[in-house]
Design a protein around this ligand. Structure first.
Ligand code: HEM
Length: 554
């Protein structure tokens, strides 16, 4: 017995100092011994080691973040272990802050760098667009924008591939004959097919087994919480798949990654697709040129996965929410029907033509001048093709250059009001400062996480006529004309604004107008309303609805 005890003591004696040393080094790496720096924004108590976790052991909830904004104003802070987080609120300060280079980086988080580790079997976390920064990010983002535009995006070919997909979708609704439809995944297949055609040059039939299997539990942003304390432990992503609480969320991520990997493998053996007019073929050609080693197969996989992850669910869930809100607000639905009947009529389908009006040349020149000035002043992303991307700091400029939806002001107001009400990315993706800087007069050290408070911009009565209701009047003036609101930023803002903004806007427009032109939507059963309890992203409502043909169905 005494021998066993002596052995135990010996073991503890050997391991304890090692354990303490490892713990101490980890905490040092975590920068946990720092409290609140001088002239740091006000906010929750920040203690060494734990940061603000004594008051929020599981990380901040939405209510806490809303409370912080109320109590401390436009710039408020807290910390998760040694990671200090600053939440920036107020449209003016948000736009000013996130148009700068020093706030344009993304930190490591699960569906950024974490999923890249899975995707490359541990080779690298820094691939794609979401999880890269600096030059690496810029090259990929530029390639993405340049080639999507080259593939006909914004031109009629994107329109025709989307309308073909919508036609198939509408067939499905017609065949249902007004029977209640479970809405959770209804738009997924069609939205994936639109993206897939751009990226891989092919679509899937609705009966494709592997495709349907992947769609069933597609990645949902709200399943991941980058503010959860465990995600702030360095190198956690290397072992995250072994942590039981993350297994479920990771399941969909892994499924999507392995589906895309398989597809790329198949693509590379298919000569017709390889020579086709699609994003993957263009990317492979860029790799073959061997001009830039940053264009390689890992990077290509990363960009493709990011496109799907960032693009599919937000677009599909916005459409799901649109149908729900119109079912709940029949007077809005009637007004949408009226405007479509009046402007588009029953004989033809809505098209990009209905998104645009011609603008006088003097206005275009003035808007182009604004754009150049803002580019020179480095207030906006180095847009390689601003004409395509419309990535300006000031949406008025974009609106003037590329006026959209003005033939259908009520429809435009309704789609934007859906996005405002749904409020999908409540705090955008987290950013991180890449040098010491100032925000709202406070000193922000390099390495501080930043949250963009879109939640406040979209919901505060300070910025909206009728902030608590679903009301398209929020985007209309007293004469019923469409009115841009500077607080509206569903795609984020500044340098890191959503790369797929234009794809998303046009996809939403076409799906929404085609379905509305042809159907009355009625809510049959509401299982759960819009759920905004997850800290960064909102979940769409769960419901069944019926689609009955209007006279324009045939
Ligand atoms: C309604 C639909 C969509 C919404 C609401 C949305 C919103 C957003 C937001 C808020 C961000 C983060 C911006 C930031 O970091 O500050 C983002 C990033 C991104 N989105 Fe979207 N998005 C949508 C559709 C799409 C589509 C269709 C695509 C692809 C075709 C796409 C691709 C991306 C990519 C690649 C990023 C990362 C950008 C970067 O890190 O620089 N998104 N999106």
């Amino acid at each position: 017995m005494s021998n066993v005890l002596a052995w135990d003591v010996g073991l503890v004696g050997a391991w304890f100092p090692t354990f303490m040393l490892v713990l101490f080094t980890t905490l040092l790496v975590l920068r946990v011994f720092q409290g609140r720096p001088k002239n740091f924004p006000p906010g929750m108590m920040i203690l060494p080691v734990v940061g603000s976790l004594l008051s929020m052991p599981f990380g901040p909830s939405v209510e806490m973040l809303r409370g912080l904004r109320k109590k401390y104003g436009d710039v408020a802070s807290f910390a998760i272990f040694g990671n200090r987080v600053v939440m920036v609120s107020g449209p003016k300060l948000i736009k000013e802050t996130f148009s700068r280079k020093n706030t344009a980086d993304h930190p490591d988080f699960m569906f950024g760098s974490g999923k890249n580790i899975i995707l490359t079997n541990g080779r690298t976390p820094n691939i794609g667009i979401i999880a890269t920064n600096g030059q690496l990010w810029q090259e990929q983002q530029r390639f993405f924008l340049r080639h999507l535009s080259g593939l006909g995006f914004g031109k009629s070919s994107f329109e025709s591939l989307t309308t073909d997909e919508i036609a198939e979708f509408i067939d499905v609704l017609v065949k249902e004959g007004g029977r209640p439809i479970e809405m959770s995944h209804l738009f997924h297949r069609s939205v994936i097919n639109v993206l897939w055609t751009l990226v891989m040059g092919k679509r899937y039939p609705y009966s494709h087994a592997r495709f349907n299997e992947m769609v069933k539990d597609f990645f949902v942003p709200a399943d991941f919480n980058p503010l959860s304390p465990d995600q702030h432990i360095p190198h956690i992503f290397k072992v995250i798949e072994y942590i039981p609480t993350h297994r479920n969320g990771l399941k969909s991520l892994k499924k999507m990654c392995s589906f895309i990997k398989e597809e790329i493998k198949e693509f590379m053996t298919n000569e017709e697709l390889n020579n086709g007019d699609n994003f993957t073929a263009l990317y492979l050609k860029e790799i073959e040129k061997k001009e830039n080693p940053n264009f390689n197969l890992d990077m290509m996989k990363g960009v493709i996965v990011d496109m799907f992850m960032a693009g599919m669910e937000p677009t599909s869930s916005t459409l799901t929410t649109a149908m729900y809100l119109l079912g709940k607000h029949p007077h809005v639905q009637s007004r949408v029907h009226e405007e479509l009947d009046e402007v588009v009529g029953k004989e033809r389908c809505p098209s990009f033509y209905d998104m645009e009006i011609s603008l006088s040349w003097d206005k275009r020149v003035a808007a182009a001048f604004d754009l150049i000035v803002s580019l020179v002043a480095d207030r906006v992303p180095e847009a390689t093709n601003p004409a395509f991307s419309g990535r300006t700091a000031d949406h008025h400029t974009t609106e003037a250059l590329f006026p959209s939806f003005r033939r259908l002001p009520y429809v435009k107001a309704t789609i934007q009001e859906v996005q405002r009400t749904f409020n999908l990315p409540k705090f955008s993706l987290p950013h991180i400062t890449n040098e010491d800087c100032k925000i709202g007069g406070y000193d922000i050290p390099k390495g501080t996480w930043l949250l963009i408070n879109l939640d406040d911009s979209h919901k505060s009565p300070e910025y909206w006529k009728n902030s608590n209701e679903f009301d398209p009047q929020n985007f209309l003036d007293e004469n019923g004309k469409y009115k841009w609101n500077n607080a509206f930023m569903p795609f984020g803002t500044g340098k890191r604004i959503c790369t797929g903004e234009q794809v998303a806007k046009q996809t939403l427009f076409l799906f929404f107008t085609h379905v509305m032109q042809k159907f009355n939507v009625t809510l049959v059963k509401e299982h759960s309303p819009i759920d905004d309890t997850s800290p960064l992203f909102t979940r769409p409502p769960r419901y069944t609805a019926s689609f009955t043909c209007r006279s324009t169905c045939d």
